[in-house]
Design a protein around this ligand. Sequence first.
Ligand SMILES: Nc1nc2c(ncn2[C@@H]2O[C@H](COP(=O)(O)OP(=O)(O)OP(=O)(O)O)[C@@H](O)[C@H]2O)c(=O)[nH]1
Ligand SMILES: [Mg+2]
Length: 297
Amino acid sequence: VARLISLVENQSGRDVAAACLPYLGHARVIGITGSPGVGKSTSTAALVSMLRAKGSTVAVLAVDPSSPFSGGALLGDRIRMQEHATDPGVFIRSMATRGHLGGLATAAPQALRVLDAAGFDVILIETVGVGQSEVEVVELADTTVVLLAPGMGDAVQAAKAGILEVADLFVVNKADRDGADQVVRDLRYMQSLGGGHSLPGSWRPPIVKAVAARGENFPEIVAALNRHQEYLHRSGELTRRRTSRAGAEVEAIALDVVRQRFEQIHGSAGLLELAGAVAAGELVPFTAADRLVASLS
Ligand SMILES: Nc1nc2c(ncn2[C@@H]2O[C@H](COP(=O)(O)OP(=O)(O)OP(=O)(O)O)[C@@H](O)[C@H]2O)c(=O)[nH]1
Ligand SMILES: [Mg+2]
């Protein structure tokens, strides 16, 4: 599995995807996101323990969109994951996506496909790093867990970052610290303002307080994840999400293909001729670009 993911990272995704195709569709994909230090890795480790205790096999994909290096930045997480490192029912892999053509959008879905084909029951995706990735991870997961903690990345900041809308489940971690109840109240208030989840039969993201460091309330988290899974199946939302995920992936790959073709014609006679015509004022750049795009197909 590790070698297949390396192949995917090194642009040999086409053959790997074809080989995986007959074995897809089994795994549940759960994304875990939140501000740095909020407790994502600790929560992931706690979830792995819970899921293993129930007999599920688990793959953990730690995605680091901010680093061009695979592995190094995740040393701390490796240590946190150590209790699972020798368990054959657990696979842990970190993935750096910066510098990868198409970034998170093309590399991570391919790795997910490998893990699904390998037969893991649950795939946990943890994002490392900040910003845009918090929202991007949503494109990858069936269920998105947003972690908050008192004193860091409060509900107002989360709302500004656009992660309130993407959450299927809120976990207010570090509930052993002061202020967790306030975070819960703020979240409830934000939810009441949103109003989007008030339709009958729709999903209102539950809010669960937890102490990841001690695994406290993780049975409640697993129960909420299972309820969301049932909702996804019952409502048809699972198919909708997976279709939209596939659409984003196809788009990203197509853009990659186009970009590669453009690289091949960089400096070519055809392009130089068009450039000359634009520079000489004989052609507007828009027309030149249209001709260039048409010449690709
Ligand atoms: N008090 C308290 N500390 C916690 C809890 N969960 C995690 N921590 C601590 O918070 C710190 C950050 O936890 P991590 O799990 O590494 O957080 P993270 O979100 O993965 O961090 P990054 O990967 O750097 O974004 C560590 O020192 C943990 O021991 C908790 O429930 N209570
Ligand atoms: Mg972490």
